[in-house]
Design a protein around this ligand. Structure first.
Ligand code: FE2
Length: 244
């Protein structure tokens, strides 16, 4: 089976709503490995109410160091990034602190309700530091569901669009499910990721991959194997003319 690259999960304990302990996180990662995930990025939330203090970062990095060698025998390469919720405060910070592992990219979400303006400003701030924004689950944003053209605008800037596997499976509701599939079918998606948090919402991609293979054919593979990340290294990251 295809080896999955999952750029979005909450499997490292960080005080957010993801894994509560190293042990719980390890169990989630082992199951992800058993179900085909080879590279798994843990992306603890950076919320307005839960910023990345030096102490929090130290604890997360320590947990990451503890977990990494224990996962190698399971074929899982656990890497560390963050998931930014747009705030004015982040516009004052150096986005390079929040890189997705060694990639020249930052994972950021868009608000479920209301304007995308602040998210766009944060994305521009990320771009200004030479990194590429990866936009997490836009299908969960009302503004995007009203007009998928909003995603086209972001993507035309070279930003990558990440759809949740759970949206494709209908876990977030029928509207999110439909929007997730429309993004992929219209060629507006770059990556499918789990956004896995816990046992009831695990970091798995295999079920969504099977569905995507049925609906999209071979082109589904590139959404699950991290192919889009290869474009990050290139100056001409996105040839929209070729990719439609
Ligand atoms: Fe997330």
């Amino acid at each position: 089976m295809l080896g999955f690259v999952d750029v979005h999960s909450h499997v490292i304990p960080s005080g957010d709503d993801g894994a509560r302990s190293v042990e719980a996180g390890l169990a989630l990662c082992v199951e992800a490995g058993r179900r085909g995930t080879r590279i798994l990025y843990a992306t603890p939330h950076v919320w307005p109410s839960l910023p990345l203090t030096a102490e929090r970062e130290r604890l997360v990095r320590r947990a990451h160091r503890q977990m990494t060698p224990l996962l190698a025998p399971h074929g899982v390469d656990l890497r560390l990034g963050w998931e930014l919720t747009p705030t004015e405060r982040l516009l004052e910070e150096d986005p390079r602190r929040y890189r997705l592992g060694g990639l020249p990219a930052v994972l950021m979400e868009v608000p479920f309700h209301g304007s995308l303006a602040l998210a766009e400003r944060l994305g521009e701030h990320v771009e200004g530091s030479g990194l590429t924004p990866i936009v997490a689950h836009p299908e969960r944003a009302e503004r995007v569901r009203d007009d998928l053209g909003a995603v086209l605008t972001l993507r035309e800037r070279g930003w990558l669009i990440q759809v949740n596997a759970t949206s494709l499976l209908g876990s977030h509701g029928p509207e999110q499910e439909e929007a997730g599939w429309r993004l992929l079918e219209d060629g507006l998606g770059d990556l499918v990721a789990s956004d896995g948090h816990r046992t009831a919402r695990p970091p798995l991609l295999d079920d969504a991959y099977r569905l995507a293979r049925n609906r999209l054919g071979e082109s589904a593979d590139a959404l699950f194997d991290g192919s889009a990340l290869d474009r990050l290294a290139r100056p001409d990251r996105l040839d929209l003319a070729q990719r439609g």
